[in-house]
Design a protein around this ligand. Structure first.
Ligand SMILES: C[S@@+](CC[C@H](N)C(=O)[O-])C[C@H]1O[C@@H](n2cnc3c(N)ncnc32)[C@H](O)[C@@H]1O
Length: 248
């Protein structure tokens, strides 16, 4: 089978469109390879893309050089007809990054985290993004199959950082035969959306009981996983509680 050269970007684009996400963030823009797909998706949802990169030597051991710049990427995106993006040259480990997020995109629908691939780098980006993630939001992590820091961090999202409010699913493809791997963290959207069931095709429980059991299950998931107990009667309305990570 012939794989699209940017298969993970195409996949991400469709996820954004399907979920009607508007506020999309990319950490690690590099030359804008995925950014253009994010812009295409955001065009369909009337959304906006916020891209962040330090566009300089990077990596825990400063082992990666940079040949692109904010200006060169902006030029490419504009030449391709995109106008629904804002790029920032910033190190995501700094306070400045947090301040930009809070002022420009305090609630994030979708984030593609593809910046520093070391464990501490990825954890920093996650810790900054996750509290701002909408209760129906999603985070995509790149390179989670083949790179140590990314793979271990995803393991820890399932274990020591798990707060009971999200699902994680791995897709072991992308980047041709290398199979870089893409992992999606998805907030448990059905419960957060709270839409009534509107068709009955036959089920062991009544619609009201299904919703009740679902909420009870979610309540227990959060209760047993979040050290700081939440007021479980408000898990749907009190979105701030869902953003808290379990303490280590
Ligand atoms: C793998 S590349 C991103 C590829 C891009 N997302 C794509 O799909 O084509 C990683 C990028 O993360 C950026 N980066 C690494 N550490 C960073 C940090 N602390 N702050 C901001 N950007 C960082 C690097 O400059 C590099 O451009």
């Amino acid at each position: 089978m012939k794989e699209h050269a940017r298969s993970e970007s195409v996949f991400i684009k469709q996820l954004i469109i399907f979920n009607r996400y508007k506020v999309c963030v990319e950490i690690g823009v590099f030359r804008g390879g995925t950014t253009k797909y994010l812009c295409e998706a955001a065009k369909e949802t009337s959304g906006h893309v916020y891209g962040f990169d330090l566009w300089g030597t990077h990596g825990l051991n400063k082992q990666f050089q940079m040949q692109y710049s904010q200006q060169s990427v902006e030029k490419i995106l504009v030449e391709e007809g995109h106008n629904n993006f804002t790029l920032h040259k910033v190190d995501t480990t700094t306070q400045k990054f947090k301040e930009i997020l809070l002022s420009e995109c305090p609630v994030i629908d979708f984030a593609f985290i593809d910046g520093c691939h070391s464990y501490p780098g990825l954890k920093n980006d996650f810790d900054t993004i996750y509290p701002l993630l909408s209760p129906t939001g999603m985070i995509a992590f790149h390179d989670t199959l083949r790179i140590d820091g990314c793979r271990e961090f995803v393991l820890d999202l399932r274990t020591k950082y798990y707060d009971g409010s999200y699902d994680i699913i791995d897709f072991p493809w992308g980047m041709g035969n290398r199979r870089a791997g893409l992992t999606i963290l998805s907030k448990r959207q059905f419960i957060a959306i709270n839409l009534p069931l509107d068709e009955r095709c036959g089920s062991p429980s009544t619609p009201a009981d299904i919703i009740k059991r679902e909420k009870e299950w979610m309540r227990l998931e959060i209760q047993k996983n979040v050290a700081e107990q939440v007021d479980t009667s408000s898990i749907i309305v009190d979105k701030t509680n869902l953003g808290k990570l379990k303490k280590k």
